[in-house]
Structures are given as C-alpha cells and as structure tokens.
Design a protein around this ligand. Structure first.
Ligand code: RIB
Length: 319
C-alpha cells in the first residue's frame, strides 16, 4: 500500500461517548449464571467516540459532535479525545444526565457481549447537530451510527446532504431504518447481524452478501460494505464488487473493531483512495484493534496500519 499524504478534509463524527467497564472472563455468562475469575478494566468507549479516535489515529482531521454528563467520566472522555487532537468544541455537557456507560464482558476467544446505559447520549439532539453546522462547511465525510436518537442521525444526514458532505452510516446497534434516512446515506457499513436485521437476508458467504447488498441498494444506499469479521468485508459500490480479505490475527478483544474499521475507512476515502484500497486500509486497522483489549485503547496509529499492510511490521498474534 502506497503511503498517501495525510488527509486534510475534515471528518465529522456524530455519535455516542461512553465509559466502558470491561470484564475479561474465560467465557461469557449465560442468562442467570454467575461466572467468577474475571479481570476488570475501565476504558473510553462509545461507538461514536471510538470511530472518532479510530479516524484521528489513522490520520484524519476529526470534529466530534456528542453529549456527555457533567461528571468525571464526561471530563475524562473529553480529555482523551482532545489528546487525540479531535476537535471537541461540539461535545456538549448535559446538565441532568450522566455520561453513558457500557458494561462489557469479553471472553477468552475475543467475543463480547455489551449492555449500554445511554445517559447523555440519549439527549444528543438535532439542535446540537445544527450548532455544529459551521464544521460541516468543506468537510469530506459525516460518519455516524445508531447509539444516539434516530432523529439526531437523520438531522446530521440532512445537514451533510445540504452541505455536499458524503454520509457513512454504520447501522449499529441495528434497528430498522426509515427510507428517508437511507436515501441520504452514501455508504452503509453493516456487519452480518445488522445486515440480516435490515434486509431479512442471512449472510453466510459471498453470494448471500451480494444479494443483501443489492437489497440495501434498492432501499436507496449508494455503496454497501458488509463487514465479515476476520474474513474482511464484502463491498458493493461504483467500480468494485467483491470481498476485500481481512488479515488473520488471534483475537484478544473484538470490541470496537467495527468502529475502528469505520474510522479508518472514512480516512482512506477522505484522502482519495479508491473504495477497495480504503477498505483494505480499514481492514488493517480493524485487525490491529482486535489484538488489543479495550475500545479506544485498541485503535491503531496510522504508522502501524501502513506498517502491517506494507509488510514492514507484523501484528502481534498474527496467524
Ligand atoms: O462498539 C463498541 C462500543 O459499543 C463500546 O465501546 C461500548 O461503549 C458500546 O457503545
């Protein structure tokens, strides 16, 4: 992969910020079961904030629009984002709601299960997005997900469309989406589960991925990228359709792999890489992230991504 100049066009991320409480266990508990022996860690998370950090470390210039509480978690979240040089002028402090918290179990094989108390994320409003309107001028991409109210996501997509900013929607956590929103989305990036919720089609290989992508395109989306975990991603867009293979690594924690993928994808595209190349860049970032514990602590730096993709560096835990 040829090194490109660092992106100068802004990526706006509208979305959630959480504090993650992580328990690393041998296996995930079943309903009604208590599992002993876990190690505890706390880390910055939230799909929106993870995407912002993923993009910033991959070389993007990022503005983050979000809402946190007036608590210590909120202060720490903002400090962490600013350390990654993310513009935090539109990260609002909610007067009554606490910062979002996620409880995350991580099993030995890297699988996870997550429950979120949304807190201030649930109050991120269309008005908040409109306050950030000046940041949309001249921006390259809006990157957003579904951990904040749907009307806020819709307002962000409308503003982006007005300002000729391309929209990447990562439909996570999955829920059925209105046609009016999908019509504003340039690139949709569901995983296999989210694809099934949106289309009713179970993705089990390239053929079913192609059928599901076609169904999503019929709903109004221009380009579909279905992430397939270690197998990479199925891409259906202008000029390319097919699988872009992922890197095989031993997973320690898959939390935020999708978020890191989306952040790096936005960077790759905003610096003018072809779709397939941008997905390869994003696959490299996601592979690095699953070899590390925690959401934001796992997001790799641009140098590391380029290093593994050019063969100048190896990933710890590569298979
Ligand atoms: O995608 C991973 C994220 O989902 C975690 O960081 C957690 O906060 C939840 O939002």
């Amino acid at each position: 992969m040829e090194e490109k100049p660092m992106s100068k066009r802004t990526i706006i991320v509208v979305g959630s910020a959480n504090t993650d409480m992580i328990l690393k266990m041998d296996r995930l508990p079943k309903p009604g079961e208590t599992v002993l022996g876990g190690a505890f860690a706390m880390a910055a998370g939230g799909k929106g904030a993870n995407q912002a950090v993923g993009a910033a470390r991959a070389g993007g210039r990022v503005v983050f629009v979000a809402r946190v509480g007036q608590d210590d978690f909120g202060a720490r979240a903002i400090e962490g984002l600013a350390r990654d040089r993310i513009v935090v002028d539109f990260v609002f402090r909610d007067k009554t709601r606490p910062t979002g918290v996620a409880l995350i179990f991580v099993a030995r094989n890297g699988e996870n299960s997550i429950a979120v108390a949304s807190g201030a994320n649930a109050a991120l409003s269309a008005k908040d997005v409109r306050k950030a309107a000046p940041a949309f001028d001249g921006a390259g991409f809006l990157l957003t997900q579904l951990e904040t109210p749907l009307e806020t996501v819709q307002a962000a997509a409308e503003l982006a469309a007005q300002k000729k900013v391309r929209v990447i929607l990562n439909p996570a956590p999955a829920r059925p989406l209105p046609g009016a929103l999908l019509a504003k989305v340039n690139i949709l990036t569901p995983n296999e589960t989210e694809t099934e919720i949106l289309t009713g089609i179970r993705v089990s290989g390239e053929r079913s991925a192609k059928t599901a992508a076609a169904a999503l395109k019929r709903m109004g989306v221009e380009t579909v990228i279905i992430t397939l975990g270690p197998r990479g991603a199925f891409v259906s867009g202008p000029g390319f359709e097919g699988i872009v293979p992922g890197l095989k690594v031993r997973a320690v924690d898959t939390t935020a792999a999708g978020d890191v993928f989306n952040g790096a994808l936005a960077v790759g595209l905003s610096e003018g890489r072809a779709l397939k190349e941008a997905v390869r860049f994003a696959n490299g970032a996601a592979a690095l992230s699953v070899t590390r514990l925690g959401a934001q602590p796992s997001a790799p730096k641009r140098k590391e991504i380029i290093g593994v993709l050019t063969g100048q560096a190896t990933i710890a835990g590569k298979r």
